[in-house]
Design a protein around this ligand. Sequence first.
Ligand SMILES: Nc1nc2c(c(=O)[nH]1)N[C@@H](CN(C=O)c1ccc(C(=O)N[C@@H](CCC(=O)O)C(=O)O)cc1)CN2
Length: 293
Amino acid sequence: MTAITLDGVATATAIKNELRERIEALAARGIVPGLGTLLVGEDPGSISYVSSKHRDCAEVGIRSIPVELPATASEAEVRSAVAGLNADPSVTGYIVQLPLPKGIDENAILELIDPAKDADGLHPTNLGRLVLGVEGDLHSPLPCTPAGVVELLRRHDVPIAGKHVVIVGRGLTVGRPLGLVFTRKGIDATVTLTHSRTVDLPTEVRRADIVVAAIGVPHFVKAEWIKPGAAVLDVGVTRVGMTDSGKARLHGDVDPAAKEVAGWLSPNPGGVGPMTRALLLSNVVDAAERQSA
Ligand SMILES: Nc1nc2c(c(=O)[nH]1)N[C@@H](CN(C=O)c1ccc(C(=O)N[C@@H](CCC(=O)O)C(=O)O)cc1)CN2
C-alpha cells in the first residue's frame, strides 16, 4: 500500500482562494484586514515562518504589520510591543511568534494579547472558549495548527467521527488544543494524548485510526507503529545541517517508510505547515468580519 498524500500546499491554496473573495467583500466596505507579527530574536525557523506568513498576506490582500525585537529584548520591551499591537487600529489580528527567547515568560505575554485580536487562538480566553464549546456569534479563533490538521483531513474525506486519534506530544500550539478540537461536538473523535512519560507508546500508536506526530524529534514515529490504513499527520519539524544552497534540511517526526503502511500521509514539508499559515489568514479574516459586524 502507498499512502494517499494529504497535500497541504494545494489545500492551503484552495483556502486562500476562498478567503480572497471574503477579503474583496470587506474591501468593498473600505475594510482591509491586517496581520501583525511580533518576532523576538533570530531563531531561523521563526524568521522563515514569519516571512512566509507575510508572503501569504500579500498573496490574498491582507496588510502586513511586522514588529521585530532583538534576542536581547527585555520582557518589558516585549510587553510594550504587545501593547502597541493591541492599540494599533490597522492590526485586525496578530501573533507573538513562539518560542520566545529564554527568560521571557511566554504565558504572561500571551495573556496580554487582546483576545479580540488573538489570531493564534492562544489567549486563555480563547482557549477557555474552546474548552467551553462556545460557538456561533461569539465564535473565537481556533489555534492554527489544530484547525489546519482537521481541515486537511476533512478536505481529503478522511473519516474522523468515532475514530481513535493518537496525538504524540502535548505542546501548547499543537497537542493540547488539538485534543480539544478533535473531541468537539460535530468532529467527534476519541483522543489519546500521549507524551514523554507515556508507557509503551508503540502500542498506543498502533491503536490509532489517525496519528498526529508533534514532538520535534526527527523520524521518531516508526512505520512499524502504524496500523495499516491509518491517517498519519507529520507536524513536528527539525532543521538539520545545511544543503549546498545554504538552506537547512527539514526532517519530520515520522519515519518516511510509514508511507508504505499508512492510508493517508501528510508530507513534511508541504503538509500541515502550509495549512497552519492558511488557517492563520482565516482567523484574521474572521476577526475583521467580527470587528466590522
Ligand atoms: N505564535 C505561534 N508560534 C508558533 C506556531 C504557531 O502556531 N503560533 N507554530 C509553530 C511554527 N509555525 C507557525 O508559526 C509554522 C510551522 C511551519 C510552517 C510552514 O509553512 N512550514 C513549511 C516549511 C517552511 C520552511 O521551509 O521552513 C512546510 O511545512 O511546508 C509555518 C508555520 C511554532 N511557533
